[in-house]
Every structure is written in C-alpha cells, then in structure tokens.
Design a binder for this molecule. Structure first.
Ligand SMILES: Cc1ncc(COP(=O)(O)O)c(C=O)c1O
Length: 427
C-alpha cells in the first residue's frame, strides 16, 4: 500500500511478516522485541521516530551516525548531486570522486596520498590487504586477537571471533593473530620475512571498546617496517573523531602505511569507506588500475557527502571533547553506583563500552533501554558489553536524558541473576 506521501513504506505488521518470510527470521524476532511491535519510520538529529509514534534517542547505529541522522549539510550536498549526476559513467573521470579523494588526503595531513574508495568497511579491508600482498609479494598478514574487520571472506580472515569464522577456516588462511598486549609479537611473526602487513584497530570497537597500548603499537610499527611489512590502522570505527582525533594512529605519531575509514565517512547518509594509502602500498593500482575495482566504488552520491561530512565533523570537534568528558564522568558514576552489575567501563571520545556482569544482563539492558527510548549497540565480539555511541550533535539535555534512561534501567535490572550475595539494587 503506498503511503499518502507517495512512499512505499509498509505497515509494521507487514514488515515483520516480510522479514520472517524473506530475511533471517530472527531479525524479525529481535526487531519486534526491540521496537515492541513498531519499526523505524523516520529520523532527524539524535532521534528516530517509530511507526507507533514513539521517539527514541539514537546512541547506537553501530557508529555510523556520528553526525546524527540527516545532517542538513550532508543531505543538501547529496540532494544537489542527485539532481546533477547520481551515478558515474565510469568511462569519464568523475570530479566529485577526485575532489573527495583530495579532501580526504588533506584531512589526514597529506602524508598518505592515495585513496581507494569502497562502500563498506570490509571493502576497504579487502582492498588494502590485497594491495599489501601485491606490493610486497608476500602472503602472510598479522592481525590482533579480538580484532574485528568485517565478514566478507578476505576481511573475515582478519576478524578473530570464532562465532563468525566457524566452518570457514579453510578459506581464512594466511593470517596470524597476535595478543594485543604482546609487544614482541610482531617481531616474532615478521622475523622470517613472509609478512606483507600488520593490521590493527587502535581502539578495538566490536571487542568491547578496548584501546590498544600506543607503546605496543609503536613497537609493532618499528618491527614490521624493519622486516619489510606494511602497517595498516583500521579506523573504520575509531577514526573521524569518534575517538577524539581525525585518526587515532596519526595523532599518536604512528608511522602507518594506510588508514582505513568507513561508517560515518558518508555523513551517516550514504555508505562509503576508504583506504588512504602511502604511495608504495598503492603501487599495484598505479601499475594497473584494474587489479582492484568494483562497479560502485567512488559513487558520486557518497563522494558528494564526504566533504560536507568532514566539514561538519570539524565544526563539531570542540563539542566532541565536551561530550567525551561528560561520558567519562557519568559512566564512572554509573560504575561506582552499580559495581556488581556494571563490571567495567572503557572508552574514548564518543565510543564507550559498558561491561555487564553477564551477556544475559547486557541483552536485557539493551532491550530495556530501547523500550525506555534509548537505542544503543551491542558489541559483535563481546555479548556482555553494551556500546554507547553518542553523536557529535548531542546536546547536554540529550546526554542527560540518555543517562536518566540508563540509570533507571540499571535500577530495574534483576541483580539476582548476577550471582549470590548481591543486594537487590546491585550495590
Ligand atoms: C574496525 C572495523 N573494521 C571493519 C568493519 C567492517 O565494516 P562493515 O561492516 O562496514 O563491512 C567494522 C564494522 O564494524 C569495524 O568496526
């Protein structure tokens, strides 16, 4: 049934039925539980409007909505491009894509000069791993235990969690995972000269929000380079000021050969990712641009969003620092008040993980928060951790509202499931 506004949105009931029939059915079950029978209908800024008229604050969206929903300047840039040239001929050079590449290089300081655009994070990971292997003529990649880099086969080889790798191990070869705190691990792994690249997330997002030790990373960079391997920082989740800096790795002075960005790169409006590479890593594409292509790479709509997104992120950077301080203070208080329920809080900038005493409690809290009007994200590799991802545009009133909801929901959690000897309010 078409909507009165001409759109083809279906009723919530129909949507759940379609999901049950045509998508993984458990998506329908989870969506129904979270939305209490409603689906998402529209959004603006920090808020998502549900089909039953309720409104939820969005501090989740898996780190995509750094600028909130439908940031007006991003929407205007995309709309302008939609009316000019929404898709590329791919025979003629597209100036929107070239401008986006130039902006991005400039944004990261100009040291890494070459860009590969993808549509999602896994695309960027796949591309850079392929380039590293081709550029070095080597086959092995070093990744980090707990790391998350996507689920397409090449990216999945780097993702550590067994849940996503089960039954596919024979396709996920050539990767060694090293412990995050082992400063000597890269030296040992690269010693025999067979490693093409070392790839890490400076802040592991899906692994429960774990910043890696910068001194360890510095040593890894030195050892990798000493043995002829490239260094790649996957900042698809942590970059673009999600963790305060444009790039966590570059701000720490790590001599990386590539930075990967994604998630909010298209302004939270369009899918876009990028591998921003040093010349020597990009060499295979300079020699033959057809060795890695995809039909929609460098899509004009997404590339039109990029300069508007970067400008908006920079405009709001000071706001990000304020929100980061608020998050740290408020979450420390939450941890203090419910030490048995909340066993740890970690984070940087606008990326925070809240460990619950067990995965069941984390699941229940996520559900409870949604019902009380706050959307947050789980962590793909840590079911006991809940992720809070406030957008840069969040106002103090919205932060206060979010924490009221969090505290009220924690007060309602059944602490008896934590274990014996706990008081009923979790203290
Ligand atoms: C650090 C990191 N790398 C790569 C990816 C994969 O991105 P995508 O899901 O867009 O393919 C993710 C997704 O969460 C991520 O957090």
């Amino acid at each position: 049934m078409p909507h009165p506004d001409g759109s083809s949105a279906v009723s919530a009931r129909e949507a759940f039925s379609q999901a049950r029939r045509h998508l993984p059915p458990s998506l329908a079950v989870a969506g129904k539980l979270i939305g209490r029978g409603a689906v998402e209908e529209s959004a603006e800024g920090c808020r998502v409007v549900l089909s039953d008229g309720r409104v939820a604050l969005d501090f989740g969206s898996y780190a995509v909505t750094l600028l909130g929903h439908r940031h007006p300047e991003v929407v205007a840039a995309v709309r302008g491009q939609l009316d000019r040239l929404p898709t590329a001929s791919r025979s003629l050079l597209n100036p929107v894509a070239t401008a986006a590449a130039a902006e991005l290089v400039d944004y990261l300081g100009g040291g890494l000069r070459r860009v590969y655009f993808g549509l999602n994070g896994s695309d960027a990971v796949e591309a850079v791993v392929k380039l590293a292997r081709m550029a070095t003529g080597r086959t092995r990649i070093v990744a980090v235990e707990g790391g998350y880099h996507g689920k397409s086969l090449g990216a999945l080889a780097l993702t550590h969690h067994h849940r996503y790798r089960a039954g596919l191990d024979d396709l996920l070869t050539g990767v060694v995972h090293v412990p995050a705190d082992d400063a000597d691990a890269v030296r040992r792994a690269t010693d025999d000269g067979a490693v093409a690249a070392v790839l890490f997330e400076p802040v592991q997002g899906e692994n429960g929000v774990r910043p890696l030790d910068v001194d360890v990373l510095r040593r890894w960079c030195a050892d990798a380079h000493a043995h002829g391997a490239m260094v790649i920082a996957d900042e698809i989740q942590s970059g673009l000021r999600r963790c305060g800096e444009r790039s966590v790795a570059l701000a720490a002075g790590l001599p990386v050969d590539a930075i990967l960005l994604g998630k909010p790169l298209g302004g939270g409006v369009l899918p876009l990712s990028a591998a921003i590479c040093a010349e020597h890593l990009y060499a295979p594409l300079i020699k033959d641009p057809l060795v890695h292509t995809s039909t929609f790479a460098g899509h004009p709509l997404a590339c039109a969003a990029l300069p508007a997104a970067l400008a908006a992120v920079e405009d709001l950077a000071h706001r990000g620092e304020h929100i980061a301080r608020q998050m740290a203070e408020r979450l420390a208080r939450v941890r203090e008040r419910w030490p048995r329920l909340v066993t740890d809080v970690r984070g940087r900038g606008l990326l925070w993980g809240l460990d619950l005493a067990n995965p069941h409690l984390a699941g229940q809290l996520i559900l409870d928060l949604a019902h009380a009007g706050l959307l947050v994200s789980p962590c793909m590799s840590r079911p006991e951790t809940l992720r809070l991802l406030p957008p840069l545009i969040a106002q103090d009133t919205e932060l206060a509202e979010a924490f009221e909801v969090v505290e009220a929901a924690l007060a309602r959690l059944p602490v008896d499931t934590v274990g014996k000897g706990r008081s009923t309010d979790g203290r």
